[in-house]
Design a protein around this ligand. Sequence first.
Ligand code: ZN
Length: 360
Amino acid sequence: MLYPLKFKPIFKEKIWGGDVLKRRYNMKLPSSKIGESWNIASHKNGMSVVSNGPLKGESLEDIIKKYGRKLLGKTDDGKTIDEFPLLIKLLDARDVLSVQVHPDDVYAKEYESGELGKTEMWYIIDADPGSFIVYGVEPNITRDGFRKAIEAGDVESCLRRLDIEPGDVIYMPAGMVHAIGAGILLCEIQQNSDTTYRVYDWDRIGDDGMPRELHIDKALDVIDFEGLYTRDKLNGLTIYEGDSSKTYYIATNHFAVEKLRIQGTLADSTDCHNFHALTAIEGSGCIVYEKGHVEFSGGDSILIPAVLGNYKIEGNTTLIKAYMPNINEDIISPLLKKGFCRHELLKITGIKEETLENIN
Ligand code: ZN
């Protein structure tokens, strides 16, 4: 029988990492240079293992094989989702990360032996005053100009910086060159991929005394210089249910993301179509479902199986919820029924005029 699953975090030591995950969430870190906690992952570079209930000790991969669509649900065209499509991380940047870019699905399939591309989304949990991220290139920077700047050692002048505060939400589609600045703790929702092209590493030396490898040619292939993605921080669309609220930020074919702020209780449901991946970024609480309950605290991620059905989240807590949406059934129709008008739905990244035109 499936139930809300919790997992042992997979820690990744990084030259830019720290110990904030221990200080903030009391996670048991194996070193003081932990950059990433992979909270839910089914990838060759990291495989989650269940930490609660009867399935404790089993890998996510094995549970997916055993339970199939009962766990992950199905795509819009009815196919069982047979691989966990996301990678859910907490990331502690005490030093700036390399400037990097990820390929899209088409490029990754061709050049990275069938890997997925990587579109990602960041929820900024905490940020020191004055923190920034790199978010795309400055306007008017061309591919050729960028290559010349790399050769001249002048990449920094091409990069667009964005000041960051706690609570900010950033969408990072494949092709957007980016870097996380120092002093930032964030929750990352991304496609299940680990393909990164490093463009520039701030002239930093790695642990072995050598600069880390760069991937300039592939990066130049995939960076969007057309300015297709000039989006800013996302505000999303918030609905209130009693003292709790739900903010819809992203609804794309890669994933949907909501922030749940719970004071008391919030009801939700998986309908066999969908799993929910919840990550507690503040407070603590309890998932209550028909056959039992699972407690959680800040830093935990919980995978709600598609088959679970109705459940409630109780507590005083903020969670980031990620899932593979049927955009019409899960997002557009319910919000229209609640009385939102069409142009308000455009505040959700991924919903476009064309999407709404086809809806009655
Ligand atoms: Zn990235």
